[in-house]
Write a protein that binds this ligand. Structure first.
Ligand SMILES: [Mg+2]
Length: 209
């Protein structure tokens, strides 16, 4: 299959990983490791986090709601402090920015597909000029892994699923894309992910280190 477009998650892919910032916060305030992520998954689509990412809660409302949810689960936490840390952690990765430029120079289209939020701590807006298509959960009111958001980005790119490659650092976000027919790449270390992407696309994405 000749691929004609690449779809990038932002946090933990094009930007530094918010997971590390969350882990640091957990350690600092004595919340069990991984508790925040488990909480987000357990609360599901009606939880405060999902509502933030669909643009249904403003940041202030989210912080209050998340603190209450956590108190119900038996832990004190300040979502404000955690979100501030995440904002500081999510800086662009130069090798990813370079790869995106090369993908577009080769005539392929590049899209961002991010579960984000409105307001402070969302470091995604500076990245807009690097992409042909920019899909944000908080603007659309849909978030990964809802299959409709993948259909939306393919529509914007004017591509069939089989013509697209999708990179994300969260496995459950890759699953629907893979089921639709996209080639998916799980991003753990960015250099490994870019090497895999270069092999799939068949051209070089950066200078040798
Ligand atoms: Mg991510």
């Amino acid at each position: 299959m000749k691929h004609r477009g690449v779809i990038f998650d932002l946090g933990g892919v094009v930007l530094g990983s918010p997971m590390h910032a969350i882990a640091e916060y957990e350690t600092e305030v004595g919340i069990p490791s991984g508790r925040v992520n488990r909480h987000i998954v357990e609360r599901g689509r009606e939880g405060a986090w999902a509502r933030l990412e669909r643009g249904e809660l403003e940041m202030e409302e989210f912080c209050d709601a998340f603190d209450v949810e956590f108190a119900e689960a038996g832990h004190a936490m300040s979502a404000r402090s955690m979100m501030e840390r995440m904002g500081q952690a999510t800086v662009p990765r130069p090798a990813m920015i370079e790869a995106i430029a090369r993908i577009r120079a080769a005539g392929l289209r590049a899209a961002a597909l991010t579960n984000n939020w409105r307001g402070p701590g969302d470091g995604t807006s500076v990245l807009k000029p690097h992409f042909d298509v920019f899909v944000e959960s908080a603007v659309l009111g849909l978030r990964k892994p809802d299959p409709r958001i993948y259909e939306h980005v393919l529509g914007e790119l004017e591509l069939a699923a089989e013509e697209a490659v999708f990179l994300d650092d969260i496995g459950r976000n890759l699953k629907p894309a893979r089921q639709m027919g996209m080639h998916t790449i799980k991003v753990d270390h960015p250099d490994d992910a870019l090497a895999e992407l270069a092999e799939v696309l068949g051209f070089v994405l950066g200078d040798p280190a």
